[in-house]
Design a binder for this molecule. Structure first.
Ligand code: NI
Length: 187
């Protein structure tokens, strides 16, 4: 099934997600569909709230970034119920985008090192310290599971400057070359 990407302004992006159980209906099909959705929209990560489900599930394929960021090479990860710990260290500022915020890209400060615990698609446990751009990507996707978006990390002035673009997304006036679902119209 082709999944649309839910866009900024949709309430599903602002809710806390629930853990996924082994008995979640058609989970492996859902994971396959999420990868397909991510690849079709040229994304490198996709969290379940972005396809309208408030569950703790993320797919990542950072391999297209492998040339610029070696830590991303060959990294294809299905994260079920991830737990993220931000480790001490400096913050680095880099540009981020999001499939739920088409046409936008903003500089976001994030810590460079994290510890991540997660289950893969077969519910096997993993734990790893992750650094660099991959750590940024994981933090971005993890934010989706707690109702946050990368624009929550930018300055109020910057947010004011992009307000028009944000309003265009909310009101459905933005163009997108992948299937999307806009926020429900306010009455
Ligand atoms: Ni995103």
């Amino acid at each position: 099934m082709k999944l649309p990407v839910y866009l900024y302004g949709h309430p599903v992006l602002r809710k806390l997600s629930e853990p996924v159980g082994k008995d979640y209906p058609d989970l492996s099909q859902l994971i396959d569909d999420m990868y397909a959705c991510m690849y079709e929209s040229d994304g490198i990560g996709l969290a379940a709230p972005q396809i309208g489900r408030n569950i703790k599930l993320i797919v990542i394929d950072a391999s297209p970034l492998g040339e610029d960021f070696p830590e991303c090479a060959g990294r294809r990860m299905t994260l079920v119920n991830p737990e993220l710990e931000v480790l001490d260290g400096p913050k680095e500022v880099r540009a981020e985008g999001c499939l739920s915020l088409p046409g936008l890209s903003e500089n976001v400060p994030r810590t460079e090192h994290i510890r991540l615990r997660w289950l893969d698609g077969d519910f096997q446990p993993h734990e790893e310290e992750i650094s660099g751009f991959l750590a940024r990507l994981v933090q971005h996707e993890y934010d989706h599971l707690i109702g946050k978006l990368y624009i929550d990390h930018i300055s109020p002035i910057r947010k004011q400057l992009i307000k028009g673009k944000l309003n265009n997304i909310i009101s459905g006036r933005t163009r997108c070359d992948y299937p999307v679902k806009y926020a429900p119209k306010k009455k």
